[in-house]
Design a protein around this ligand. Structure first.
Ligand code: HEM
Length: 114
């Protein structure tokens, strides 16, 4: 499905609620929680939110604040194996469920972005 269509369906508010629900889960997660900056979880939430708004809706805020995403490089300091990647997806799945992201657009995910 086209990303612009997903953006139209979810809107900035939908992405914002989904990412907030995701970070509520990250905060208490035993496996990936400790990777995130404890004193800047709000900042991390804003970075992912802005990125998704940029990627799906061409919103300029992420690039203005962070430049080119370079997600592979930015994740390099962390040790992310199958378990960690699986947990990230699990938490995002829970966040999508909680904030009622329509099932029809969930699978579009973020495959092959980095
Ligand atoms: C595979 C499992 C993943 C793990 C364990 C993980 C973990 C992390 C961690 C620990 C950070 C640093 C938090 C911060 O200070 O911003 C981060 C940043 C970020 N992650 Fe991930 N991540 C994963 C997958 C993804 C995916 C699939 C996306 C894209 C949808 C993504 C997008 C981002 C973005 C946009 C940032 C902020 C980059 C910046 O510094 O501007 N991550 N991630």
């Amino acid at each position: 499905m086209d990303e612009a269509v997903i953006y139209t369906i979810l809107g900035e508010e939908g992405f914002t609620r989904m990412v907030a629900a995701f970070y509520r889960r990250v905060k208490t997660d035993d496996l990936i929680g400790p990777m995130y900056p404890e004193d800047d979880l709000a900042g991390a939430e804003e970075r992912l939110r802005d990125f998704l708004l940029f990627r799906f809706g061409n919103d300029p805020r992420y690039q203005m604040k962070r430049g080119h995403p370079r997600l592979r490089r930015r994740h390099a300091p962390f040790s992310i194996g199958d378990a960690e990647a699986g947990r990230w997806l699990e938490l995002m799945d829970g966040a999508m469920e909680e904030t009622k992201v329509p099932a029809s657009i969930r699978m579009a995910g973020c495959r092959g972005w980095w």
